[in-house]
Design a protein around this ligand. Structure first.
Ligand SMILES: [Zn+2]
Length: 163
């Protein structure tokens, strides 16, 4: 059975040769993905309830955590690029711990937006099971529709309510 594991390395390599942190875990005999080193680093300063949802999701869905907390330089760099609508310190990525994460299905294929939508469905369902309110960047107004959104940020998830 082909198995992919979370990994954000840009250099080509064979996952079958990897050991240690990249080795797949198993649960009831079923192989499960887990976070790669870059994902774990990005998760370091993430709001605990948001982290809880992601820790649960990675057991069943393979994805990479691209970014959690963002400092002033990074936030304004992304603003200049048009990748975000807000400057420092107005993003949910700018609080400590970060109230937002950007995640992508692994292996990442930016053209395949359906996989991002599918992952979002899984993340939002898991959050709901925990009674945790999340907002996804594909549905900012949380009405369950994507078609009414002018700015889509399919990688973005943020926690709602008080911490
Ligand atoms: Zn984001």
């Amino acid at each position: 059975m082909a198995l992919s594991v979370s990994c954000t390395s840009s250099r080509p390599h064979n996952h079958k040769k990897l050991r240690g942190p990249h080795s797949p875990r198993s649960f009831l005999g079923v192989k499960m993905p887990q976070f790669g080193a870059r994902s774990l680093e990005a998760l370091e300063y993430v709001e605990p309830r948001l982290r809880l949802v992601l820790d649960e999701a990675i057991r069943f869905w393979d994805f990479s955590v691209l970014e959690g907390f963002r400092g002033p330089e990074r936030q304004d760099e992304l603003f200049t690029q048009g990748a975000t609508k807000v400057r420092w310190p107005n993003s949910a990525h700018n609080s400590l711990p970060s109230r937002a994460v950007d995640i992508a299905p692994y292996p990442i294929d930016w053209e395949d937006t359906e996989r991002f939508v599918q992952l979002a469905g899984a993340i939002l369902t898991i959050a709901r099971q925990f009674g945790i309110e999340l907002r996804w960047g594909g549905d900012w107004d949380r009405d369950g529709r994507m078609s009414d959104e002018r700015f889509r940020d399919l990688v973005h998830f943020e926690i709602m309510g008080e911490s």
